[in-house]
Design a protein around this ligand. Sequence first.
Ligand SMILES: Nc1ncnc2c1ncn2[C@@H]1O[C@H](COP(=O)(O)OP(=O)(O)OP(=O)(O)O)[C@@H](O)[C@H]1O
Ligand SMILES: Nc1nc2c(ncn2[C@@H]2O[C@H](COP(=O)(O)O)[C@@H](O)[C@H]2O)c(=O)[nH]1
Length: 204
Amino acid sequence: MSTRGLLFILSGPSGVGKGTVRKALFEKEGNELKYSVSMTTRNRRDGEVDGVDYYFRSREEFEQLIEEGKMLEHAEYVGNYYGTPLDYVNKTLDEGYDVFLEIEVQGAMKVKEKVPNGIFIFLTPPDLGELKARIIGRGTDEMSVIDERMEVAKQEIEMMSHYDYAVVNDKIELAVERIQCVIESEHLKVSNVLEHYQEMMKEW
Ligand SMILES: Nc1ncnc2c1ncn2[C@@H]1O[C@H](COP(=O)(O)OP(=O)(O)OP(=O)(O)O)[C@@H](O)[C@H]1O
Ligand SMILES: Nc1nc2c(ncn2[C@@H]2O[C@H](COP(=O)(O)O)[C@@H](O)[C@H]2O)c(=O)[nH]1
């Protein structure tokens, strides 16, 4: 017997540390979350692997998938498409696993329209100076792109009120612990526990 898994959406400005925190969370023992690998049209960075970090696709291929209704959400971000393939999310939730998305804010708001019972977590920087320092320190973007990402970040932070939880990423380990607390408490919610028993009672 399995009930449907929960959908967790981690979002927040570029460079806040979503990828870093998500990887640290997934390295924790006993974690049964499934990560939904996103699709993008942006160029692959050094060390990134197709199918692991992203599915890297051309604009034409991406647009075809949008047209066929194969994306749960998609957004255009700093000149490239990013999106969440729908089939993997549905299949994995149906198998009873929790699914974890790591996406930007426009996409998260589209998921909220389609999956209102998703759990939306906003990862925040300790302050904007630290956010810029992290983007620069990562060394993956030119200065013009960094400025663009900072402009988008200010608008994104204003969207925090649409989320269920705000998690500060001051220290990676603390941010991971806070997210683990969110996951555990969501599993204790009566609505989620009750669903489990309702499924069981159907079989008795
Ligand atoms: N708590 C932290 N303290 C200091 N540095 C951090 C922390 N978390 C992440 N970083 C660093 O900040 C930089 C950006 O992190 P990361 O790439 O994970 O951000 P992101 O939110 O996933 O970015 P994007 O949305 O653009 O993919 C990296 O160099 C990472 O090592
Ligand atoms: N709406 C979506 N946004 C996504 C998805 N996968 C990643 N992202 C976000 O895009 C920006 C830029 O990412 P980068 O790898 O180029 O730095 C960042 O905020 C990601 O979280 C997705 O499937 N949908």
